[in-house]
Design a protein around this ligand. Structure first.
Ligand code: GLV
Ligand code: MN
Ligand code: MN
Length: 408
């Protein structure tokens, strides 16, 4: 079986990890920041140096292309993302892009004359610093205007970021590809959870990806003097926020054991020792593998927020800023991944993804699959994120093997 060049891939991985590197061994490459733009430019340079075609679409997705010998050939897309969460790890997304590039180089060197084109792609804003799955949903034709009007990162940040990247909002949707032009989608990613390591399995075959919702909640009370306003008459926005956070956890644990609920950001205003908080802004996110349960949880959480607002004499504003449905992955692609792993003598386990991925957008328009490799300690979205290099190489070889099977 054809295999990637592990040293060439390692050199790329390390060079990429140096872009936006943080002291703790991670990277910080929020969408359209300097480090993110530098990483994307680096990717295209590496692709060009390998003799691959390069392209950037109107959603900012960066691609390396190995054309088929057939003029009308469809394209099998391999990819992930080069943006990161703030102060994130160096594997999340980056491994999938580097491995996709390496798979194309390996296929090119082997002069296979494939009946489909191969494309290694770095999707724009997977992590949702600004919108979330921006590039992959645009390519799939699934980006909703509402997502751009009320983005997770705020409208001003989105417009400033697009300007920095030289992108035009009105043209983002032009990145849509005809489903018939796609031969499928494959993504290698670290698991970001504890299962593969615990089960001592080499490779995960992903069955599906959770759905999620993001809301901004704002509890609104009255900012007052913290020394002279008696406890009993305050309308303290911070208390409503705190009560909601605790109660949301209890609700999930009690009634929705397969769901996760997170308040990842709390801002109190005006934000001083001696002022009762007049406003509390929360970033609320929750996820479920099941669409009906996700909808039920949404209703219950928003009702709970209203209940806590009332209990503390507060007003409440709710804004939906992200909505992604659960996405099952394609059985034929899963089977191809399983066979590729077997040919390499690697053990496999089927598992669901609790993290979001570009593959969930692609799954709506083409056969899509994902390969997971173990995460040390299950740690991710922080600098200590780690995967053994031998596992990264295993994953890249499975990506290559599955891609070649799907391509033929
Ligand atoms: C992306 O990594 C997400 O799951 O939020
Ligand atoms: Mn990722
Ligand atoms: Mn991530």
């Amino acid at each position: 079986v054809l295999r990637v060049d592990p040293d060439r891939m390692r050199a790329d991985f390390d060079a990429l990890a140096a872009i936006g590197r943080t002291g703790a061994g991670g990277v910080s490459r929020p969408t359209f920041g300097d480090a993110h733009l530098a990483a994307r430019a680096w990717f295209l340079e590496r692709a060009a140096a390998a003799g691959l075609e390069t392209r950037i679409d109107s959603a900012g997705n960066h691609s390396a292309v190995l054309r088929s010998t057939r003029a009308d050939a469809a394209t099998l897309v391999l990819g992930s993302h080069l943006d990161s969460v703030p102060d994130g790890g160096r594997f999340d997304g980056a491994l999938g892009v580097v491995a996709a590039l390496e798979a194309l180089r390996t296929a090119k060197d082997a002069r296979l004359g494939l009946p489909v084109g191969l494309e290694a792609i770095d999707f724009t804003d997977e992590e949702g610093t600004l919108v979330g799955l921006l590039g992959s949903e645009a390519l799939a034709g699934a980006l909703r205007l509402e997502a751009l009007a009320r983005p997770r990162g705020g409208r001003d940040a989105l417009l400033a970021g697009l300007a920095r990247a030289g992108l035009v909002e009105e043209r983002i949707a032009d990145a849509r590809r005809e489903p018939g032009s796609l031969a499928g989608y494959l993504e290698l990613h670290i698991e970001q959870g504890p299962v593969l390591e615990r089960e001592r399995v080499d490779v995960g075959v992903v069955t599906g990806i959770v759905g999620s919702r993001s809301f901004r909640l704002e509890f609104i009370g009255v900012a007052q003097h913290a020394g002279t306003t008696p406890m009993g008459v305050r309308r303290d926005a911070g208390l409503g926020a705190a009560a909601f956070i605790i109660a949301a956890r209890a609700l999930a644990l009690r009634d929705h054991p397969d769901c996760v609920v997170t308040v990842g950001s709390v801002t109190l205003e005006p934000g001083a020792f001696n002022v009762v908080p007049g406003r509390a802004r929360l970033a609320l996110e929750f996820r479920s593998p099941d669409a009906a349960r996700l909808a039920a949880l949404e209703g219950e959480l928003l009702e709970l927020a209203g209940h806590e607002a009332e209990a503390y004499g507060l007003d409440l504003e709710i804004v939906l800023v992200g909505r992604w449905e659960p996405a099952p992955l394609d059985p034929t692609v899963r089977a191809a991944i399983g066979r590729a792993a077997q040919e390499l003598g690697l053990s496999t386990l089927e598992l669901a993804s609790g993290a979001g991925h570009d593959a969930q957008a692609l799954a709506g328009v083409t056969r899509a699959g994902m390969i997971f490799v173990p995460s040390t300690g299950g740690v991710s979205h922080q600098p200590a994120e780690h995967t053994e290099w031998s596992d990264c190489v295993n994953g890249a070889n499975v990506l290559l093997g599955a891609a070649l099977e799907l391509a033929r």
